[in-house]
Design a protein around this ligand. Sequence first.
Ligand code: BES
Ligand code: MN
Ligand code: ZN
Length: 500
Amino acid sequence: MDISITGASIPGRGAVAVGVAKDGKLSPAAKALDDKTDGAIRQVIRSSRFNGASGQTAMIQAPRGTRLDRILLLGIGDPKSLTQIDLEAIGGRAYSQLAGSGSKQVKVVIDAENMGAKTRLSRGQVQAHIALGAKLASYRFDKYHTKLKDEDKPSLESVAIGARAAASARDAFEKLSAVGDGVFLTRDLVSEPPNILFPASLADRCQELTALGVKVEVLGEAQMKKLGMGALLGVGQGSERESRLVVMQWNGATKKEKPVAFIGKGVTFDTGGISLKPAAGMEDMKWDMGGSAAVIGTMAALAGRQAKVNAVGVVGLVENMPDGNAQRPGDVVTSMSGQTIEVLNTDAEGRLVLCDALWYTQDRFKPEFMINLATLTGAIIIALGDEYAGMFSNNDKLSERLSAAGEAVGEKLWRFPLHKNYDKKLKSEIADMRNIGNARGAGSITAAQFLQRFVNDVPWAHLDIAGVTWSGASKPTSPKGGTGFGVRVLDELVRRHYEG
Ligand code: BES
Ligand code: MN
Ligand code: ZN
């Protein structure tokens, strides 16, 4: 999809999308079109429920007195209080409403007075976020369809965003677009089927980030064995496919700056192992590498926009399969930290992968902070559904920064408690700890407590993204399927606090 920023004039051909504020107040572009069409827009407002409320849309087909295909009216509510999320939703709706309309091109001219005045967005940023919203909404993953007819594909080929401050909007969009590319990469990776995307092939996809200036190292099983990563390796033991650990480094700041570190769970398929999952819905476990995909997408975003930060991304890539060599319930493994783990449920594998990846990261990089992302527990879906991801942290400042960044970009995080009494539930008779709690309840918290045992003094947050990585329903800037959750909040966190 071609998304560009141009001047604010109203075109003569194609489709046009314009804004109507609450109580049917026409924006300048809407007013101009209304005049040209002998009042067609006011007529819609008079004769329908469309009144400019935020989220509403109305379409005028083949408007008389013009050579336009159609005019899309977008309700924008109160222009002054538009947030970046609102603006992205407006851009997203402009795309989605016109994608299959028959129009090949649309120009989106949203030019109400004082847009974003309360939310302190510049004129350039306002238009750039509309452009980003259109881009995010245009995502498709259809590479495995060989029989799509033309009418099954979008007719829309280009979206032009009309901006009076076109140059500054373009500058802002260039950065945002790089973040959008990171989101797309994450969506692509979680969408790939598990016979195509497995540890080695996912590591190959990481290697492609070298084109953006990211340094990429891939560790195989022999190297991980030398490092003592018995917990991670135990998970991959029942798979024909070798495990990998990938280390990505983006050095956008001076050498003396400590890196920030992102760590991802990359279980390319989670059958549960010998503690086998039920058949129904097991196909969802192709996206059990969503944490790693978010880390990879974040590294692409930071490099793509040349962020002035040193960032490390570490992803543990394994396939959790049951076979004659698979890990058994009752096995005891030794992690890189030296701590031993009794594996009582082979389906609680994500924490086993992460504990070695976390230890390795803090040991090697001495980072400013560590944030790990993982589709770790079904219990977090029970608690939060697909609205918020769960957050666990040993550090108030880091978690407050994460919450605020997430709120701003629409990737919301809800903090859960950690407490030594939960930690006690990990006591094992035979080893330093067990990999599941010893009682029912608090499954997401005991998983987080497990991870915390592998974190020393460094500020750390664990994001349980099991409920938000995949969506069964389309949202304004996220078609159903992989959401790309994680990239935007991490990028925003870095942008706000860790650059320059
Ligand atoms: N990958 C799953 C968690 C999950 C479940 C993610 C559903 C997305 C949707 C994880 O590896 C897992 O199986 N967790 C178990 C832990 C349990 C055995 C303690 C769970 O949540 O049931
Ligand atoms: Mn599992
Ligand atoms: Zn899993």
